[in-house]
Design a protein around this ligand. Sequence first.
Ligand code: ATP
Ligand code: MG
Length: 577
Amino acid sequence: MSSVRTNIQPNLLDYEETLTSFSWDNIAGELSGLPQGKGLNIAYEAIDRHSTGNLKDTVAFRFIRKNRVVDDFTYSMLQKQTSKFANVLKNLGIKKGERVFSLAGRIPELYITALGTLKTTAVFCPLFSVFGPEPVFQRMNKGEASVLVTTSALFEKKIKQLMEKLPSLRFIILSDAAGHLSGKVLSWSKLMEQASDEFIIPKTDPEDPALLHFTSGTTGMPKGALHVHKAVLTHYITGKFVLDFHPGDIFWCTADPGWVTGTSYGIIAPLVNGVTSIIDEEEFDAKRWYSILEEHKVNIWYTAPTAIRRLMRMDINVKETYDFKNLRVILSVGEPLHAEAVIWGEENFGFPILDNWWQTETGGIMIANYASVKVKPGSMGKPLPGVEAAIAKVNDKEITIISSPDKQGHLVLKKGFPSLFRAYLNDEERYNKCFLGEWYLTGDLAKKDADGYFWFIGRADDIIKTSGHMVGPFEVESTLMKHPFVSEAAVIGKPEPSIGELVKAFVVLKSGNEPNDEVKMNIMGFARKEMGPAVAPKEIEFVESIPKTRSGKILRRLLKARELGLPEGDISTLEQN
Ligand code: ATP
Ligand code: MG
């Protein structure tokens, strides 16, 4: 399956050739660096270097408000606004390395905060606006927030009650307050009014901390991953090679900046590459999304399997209803993208959806399908040039790289690419445990085929050991989803003394199907035929919905805890329906 469909030549034309010629030093040479050799700063690469040249009047961000009113910010406007905010922080006495948090929906102030903070060399940490007070407290406390930018409504609802418990919090800036509320609770517009729009970015070492991102909490308590300014090299080159940004492109990343995708690709990568980003303030809505793609002539669209699966379930004839002639590349991240979804993309848009793999810890895309490389549906693709990925056998203190193909093992990445996290906040021990020799252990299991494609097996924590077999839940879920009655499935291992663990599936049926024994037997029979009796689920439970994180990842640990009557653990990122 090839995904080249228009006359635009992909930036990454020859994968194999690029692998051999690639060097991170050359990539650094494609960026500008701060004037007078003052280092490397993400915000300078993203905005300032574009704001006086050809791109100054190009739209950097197009905000689509909930009521569909559009608010455009050109590169030069964004440059001034972010410089103003940098001066606000400077005037408040915020120093290098201090943490500036945001808690807001996808409003312009959030984006200006992110980039303005990076200009000052303070550290930006975005929080998801729907977090309740406890998860907000935990993250701000752990991250020792100095400043929080939020809205009046969120302040009233979530922050006021926390203020006493957060001694490091010096200022709260309200995006929509007309005047200051106190010496500590300040008005965005008042502060911005008084600040100059000229700001010279101070010396920034490429190793200076820039971003703090909390993980999704799929496998346990969310961890705070710290990234440095040098990560911009990965943002830039993945934007060029994977998202395939070309001058004039309109790009839409649907992720919220509260997750790493919404910052690395919802803010930084498109700006560094000088394209226009669409930012929709509203949450998922199939018809709204399709109409945005059409109306705003989106060329490149980066979304997640959870959204794609929801679109697939809708009864909409995409081809007949919409005109997507501008759309050139669709990408997905966050969870495995089932082969069916890749093929659905091909059928409805005329080209396959490009799955890619990465983590909060890696700061940017690591393994990907590319516009110019043959897609094998169900595979995550091949490593980014400049990144060495491998499958390994890992024992306590030893790591052995498995070179023969199709063998299941730990997915590991060789240290040395610029966007690898530099710390887990306040958890050095856990951080150290992620490394063995020159390798970073991702915590995921995968295999690599003879053509160099990587295939996701599962998270090491989710693997089911049944009758001497190692079963990845994703494989079972994918098979179940091929059954015509099944809409969604989640699979766990349930302790069963005779066989170790029993494969149990939670299944959501497509509407119109009765959850009865006959249907259950039918699905079980299908699974046995497809996967063999050792791997097929021995128990199926019909459910209305499957618990997921707000970023759409199946919370198998929660299903398991509930099944076993154990404490639910951290559920701060659980999506509440
Ligand atoms: P936590 O680390 O707190 O448990 P998390 O791992 O879900 O949460 P993220 O960093 O947001 O937090 O997610 C990265 C993980 O998501 C990867 O390690 C992998 O398990 C999964 N993932 C991301 N992209 C893909 C993909 N394309 N295919 C399969 N799995 C993916
Ligand atoms: Mg993780």
